[in-house]
Design a protein around this ligand. Sequence first.
Ligand code: S3P
Length: 661
Amino acid sequence: MAEINSKDVFNLRSTPQITGRFTVPGDKSISHRSIIFGAIAEGQTRVGGFLRSEDCLATLKIMQDLGVEIDDTGDEVLIDGVGLHGLRAPNGELDCGNAGTAMRLLSGLMAAQKFNSVLIGDESLSSRPMGRVIKPLTAMGAQIDSNGFKAPLKFSPVDGMNAMTYNSPIASAQVKSAVLIAGLYVDGQTSVSEPKKSRDHTETMLQGFGAEVQTNGLTVTVTGQPKLKGQNIQVPADISSAAFFMVLGLCHPNADFVIENVSINPTRDGVIKILQAMDGQLSLDNIRDQAGEPVADIRVQSSALKGIEIPHDLIPSAIDEFPVLFIAAALAKGETRLTGAEELRHKECDRITVMLDGLKLLGITCEELVDGAVIQGGQLGSGLVDGHGDHRCAMSFLLAGVLSQDRTISVRGCHNIGTSFPEFFELVQSLGIQVKQPVSVIAVDGPSGVGKGTISALLARELGWHLLDSGAIYRSLALKAMKVGVYADEESKLITLAENLNLNFSVDSKQGTQILLDDVVVNSELRSEACGVMASKVAPIPAVRTALMQRQKNFQKAPGLVADGRDMGTVVFKSAPLKVFLTANAEERAKRRHKQLQERGVDVKIRDLLEDIEARDYRDSTRKVAPLVPAKDAHVIDTSELSIDEVFAQIIELVEQFLNV
Ligand code: S3P
């Protein structure tokens, strides 16, 4: 099975105040380009402030695989450029990981090489549309095979490609860049026009490296076969990463801080304009030019945000910031409306659906549109939301946790945060925000004889997690009561016994879990029918349950817990991310119990067992405290017709979906 990543779920706690000055890591778009252009330039390129994120490191590794020497000194990344025609055939596939920018920009580069190459990516990247670059590059003469316009992309050398004028149907810097990069390798001029202006780092940087580039309104033209010369590049802080903290500060009741050295390139600053239109107090100081890119220090102060209709013109320059803007909208007064942003569905995940599903779960009223969303501002509640492995959705929800009323938003699917913001958790901690990793719990509930004990033990072993057999706790109390002569109707005596129960579990790799009552192993005594019957009589007493509750909660330890019982999902571990409720008809359970007892040499009649099971079901499901019912969010599995292996396989599938998305 796939590895279960228990580190994938996090939550952030509140902090009373956020002040000071800090910065965020380097710009992702500029970092990717600095490596690619440095590699195909002549001479050395030095890059300061390079973003060492998984995405940019994927690009760096690919350029090394193509024969370019790149050295990271810690301060700077040094690239020994090989010139436009100096790349070498790689030994294997070129892995872009999660990075759309790497795959699309490198498509332009690989299409023009005189050797074969294959670009691959992770599951998310392999499901994103690549037709948008394949089509124009093919029109230039490239030979690209794909999996239905998705990765892997296979490039074969062609005799020559031709210059072209391309009218892109979408405003995409990645498409524009792919065509312009291929245009470097052909004779003549290659132009790209787009419906709205997308980020312009490619044209700015290519010009800096010495290419002939003209921008005329929405059209950019590059002249082929330039001699690119190595440059010194200083990458400014990424406005897309700063955006998380802009929203955090504006929505926090007591914040006043400065984010330093942030890129405010006009093709990227939509988030500032949108937040200012929402009455956010953001001011730009110390505006200056840094190696061709405008940068500023941004002061962020607590504000009362209002909902707005987002102007279409600002969408391309804020395209990566909508996940966190949706959080701002959820906390603003009134309605925020976004249309014309269908492109959000083609990012690392479908950002419209994923963000709206999360907001709805947190109690925000919102409506999903084909090309956007309508969000009514309100208060964020609590819950476990899913970032679906999209770095920006995950970070947005995590910061929502700092801003929520009861501060208990857990976020799963955080495993890709390092693709753009490897220092995210360190930075939030430096602002006084605590980072917690809730220990995962899988609650397995169901009636007596359904097989939940066997399944839970198998599951705990498979995952390497702790196991709680909560029934054994009630049975131990019942056994103790029987031993000291306390009857099921002697409530106060039972409560005293429960409060003072000397019960321990010792885990032995050979013998499994040993249950010690008053320091004596009682495993087999606990399984007796008499003990089971007594347990179902003492278990309904509310004060008994309360007395044993904390003992059960204490089992929740890293890396995780499989909790088997009757009210695990409804009472003891109400916020467990995965709840399973097993059922089976009473006849089937009586048969299973009969077989079990026979194997142990105990002779009982099936009919007696059936009567007993039915009576116990009745008591368990009608008791006032914690009756045996599935939790609303439980997955109910009827095991009557299933083997243990089949039930186990179904649960493992759920575990994979829930804990490793
Ligand atoms: C990027 C362009 C944008 C953006 C992405 C980075 C780039 O994508 O969403 O994060 O560096 O060129 P599109 O070009 O697909 O809009």
